[in-house]
Design a protein around this ligand. Structure first.
Ligand code: ATP
Length: 209
């Protein structure tokens, strides 16, 4: 019997954008996943600042953005925790809930590669799930050779094998927040339902038209 494949996609999603949904769809296809679960973070354990939009708003926007895809769902697991969750804890939680027969994939953009060495329990994380690095516009294709001394050949081989060739989409939440706060258009970067939510709730310094 083949194992059920579950993709977990963590991020601050401040706000979720068309790059997120496009790479998630592409990764899901390549992995042949049964389900993709978006897991908004309270904040990155490696960042000192909090997201601009609140937890509820970010989760609501994720739900709006994924509503059209029946294989996508959103989890409030990390948002409900009192402290920012480490990815390893989140993966262990989902593994416990899904059972040992499920294979978990955790997506991360190539822009996060340098940070990986600082992730809590990174070696256990590589061992316990399939850490899948996605390409990202504006960043070099993932090169793991510098990690070989730190984590060993086998782990690096696993990372290489799990790279997903996602489309290069030049969109970031930072650029969207920048545009909205200066009254510029971001409609090519976020789905219409999310843009409407942003305007209705006056997020990111945007105003109702
Ligand atoms: P910010 O600009 O606020 O840092 P972001 O656009 O990078 O935000 P995050 O919510 O931090 O969005 O991203 C969640 C995950 O999705 C990260 O692993 C990130 O690398 C990845 N990601 C975000 N945008 C893209 C994109 N356009 N292509 C590939 N990966 C992406």
């Amino acid at each position: 019997m083949s194992r059920k494949r579950i993709v977990l996609f963590g991020g601050t999603f401040d706000p979720i954008h068309l790059g997120h949904t496009a790479v998630a769809a592409s990764a899901s296809e390549q992995i042949d996943a049964d389900q993709v679960v978006f897991v908004p973070a309270k904040r990155s354990p490696l960042k000192t600042f909090f997201p601009e939009a609140g937890d509820e708003d970010r989760l609501a926007m994720v739900k709006l953005a994924i509503a059209g895809n029946k294989n996508f769902e959103a989890s409030d697991y990390e948002l409900k925790k009192q402290w920012p969750s480490y990815t390893l804890e989140t993966v262990r939680f989902f593994q416990g809930r899904l059972g040992e027969t499920a294979a978990i994939y955790w997506l991360v953009g190539a822009d996060g590669l340098d940070d990986l060495a600082h992730w809590y329990g990174i070696q256990e994380l590589i061992d316990e799930c399939n850490l899948s690095v996605m390409q990202r516009a504006g960043f070099e294709p993932p090169d793991f050779s510098r990690f070989e001394k730190l984590w060993g050949k086998q782990r690096v081989e696993k990372l290489r094998k799990n790279v997903v060739e996602t489309p290069l989409i030049d969109i970031s939440s930072t650029e969207i927040r920048r545009r909205l706060s200066s009254g510029r258009d971001a409609s090519e970067m976020v789905c219409p339902e999310v843009l409407r939510y942003i305007r209705e709730h006056g997020l990111y310094g945007s105003r109702k038209d």
